[in-house]
Design a protein around this ligand. Structure first.
Ligand code: ZN
Length: 347
């Protein structure tokens, strides 16, 4: 399990009433397998040597006792990430929609915790960040709901997001979130590009005042919904600071497109907009795991330079996920891996 990650996730006793719960010296051993009425797939039993009791590997997520099989949990997660609604998934799997929503909330909670644990151990320097926002309707189209997104260009890593109204407050929360994971940017200059939203400018100025950075805004002017001009506005730094293909917000705009495809609530011109903010947030967290750690990204593949290349059927590429590009993981992860990853459910 640990080989898949660059971080060492240590097994611990997840039982809340166990006195050895927070004891780092407590020994955990494997103790056989079991199956449940609803799941024929084997689950690992573990033994807490200090507390002298057994527990199941599913205790590491809130899916414990949720009466589905691992296969069903995994199918639900995948369908959510293909942009299906909870109603559609309930129909496909022959479950009640409330059951599917409970699963969604449990799975997204774990996804969030996992991402935060990984980012805390982030050792690589983020050098080029793009920020953007997209919006959808909330609750019978009476309100607009905005999603602010932070994105690392080099690794295509989706750093974080912030849900809410389009205010300075939410932009500031997004930037503060990114800053808490920034490391070792003393000698390097952090490049940031966003669109012309004033909220970012204020947030970057106040939150990142002690981080060396350059900042450029891309100002697009539209006439009758057609793009007329694109102007670059160097707020901090000058044109020479943005070398190569960095004077744009294209990467995150392309990412937004991916996200809209994969989130039913964010699709344009549908009736599937969000009725409940917490559900959209949950679906976004699932998508974040899927995008960062599970799916390979074509733009991140590396050519395998091999002398035996001329032979047929040899691998030409090493495929990578954004998490692998950033050195957080060594392989693509699976949903099951997420469900049983030993991370405390309460911080
Ligand atoms: Zn215990």
């Amino acid at each position: 399990m640990t080989k898949k990650l660059s971080v060492d996730l240590k097994l611990f006793c997840p039982r809340e009433d166990c006195p050895y719960r927070n004891d780092s010296k407590n020994r955990i051993t494997k103790d056989g397998f079991y199956t449940t009425k609803n799941d024929s797939e084997r689950r690992q039993m573990l033994y807490c040597c200090g507390g002298k009791h057994r527990y199941s590997e599913t205790s590491y997520s809130e899916l414990w006792g949720k009466q589905g099989s691992f296969k069903e949990y995994e199918q639900a997660a995948k369908l959510f990430c293909y942009g299906l609604s909870a109603d559609a998934i309930a129909d496909v799997l022959g479950k009640d929609v409330r059951t599917i929503t409970t699963w969604l909330l449990s799975m997204s909670k774990k996804s969030k915790l996992f991402h935060e644990t990984m980012c805390l151990n982030l050792t690589m320097v983020l050098s080029f960040i793009q920020m953007d926002e997209l919006w959808s309707f909330l609750n019978k189209k009476k309100r607009q709901l905005w999603v602010f997104i932070g994105f690392d260009v080099d690794s295509r890593f989706w750093i974080n997001f912030q849900l809410g109204s389009c205010t300075n407050h939410n932009a500031k929360k997004l930037v503060t979130g990114i800053k808490s994971w920034l490391k070792g940017t003393k000698d390097t200059v952090l490049k940031i590009t966003t669109d012309k939203l004033a909220a970012y400018q204020n947030a970057i100025k106040t939150v990142l005042s002690d981080v060396t950075h350059v900042y450029m805004q891309v100002v697009k002017r539209r006439k009758n919904k057609r793009l007329v001009t694109v102007k670059k506005c160097f707020v901090k730094g000058s044109e020479t600071d943005f070398t190569g293909k960095t004077q744009n917000t294209s990467y995150i705009e392309r990412f937004n497109l991916t996200l809209r495809q994969r989130t039913s609530y964010l699709c344009r011109k549908t009736l599937g907009f969000c009725k409940k903010q917490s559900n959209l947030e949950a679906v976004l967290w699932l998508n974040l795991f899927d995008y960062n750690y599970r799916r390979i990204h074509k733009g991140l593949r590396i050519a395998i330079d091999d002398a035996t290349k001329k032979k047929l059927f040899t691998r030409k590429w090493k495929h990578r996920t954004p998490g692998m590009a950033l050195g957080l993981t060594n392989q693509t992860l699976t949903w099951r891996f997420l469900f049983i990853a030993p991370i405390p459910l309460t911080h």
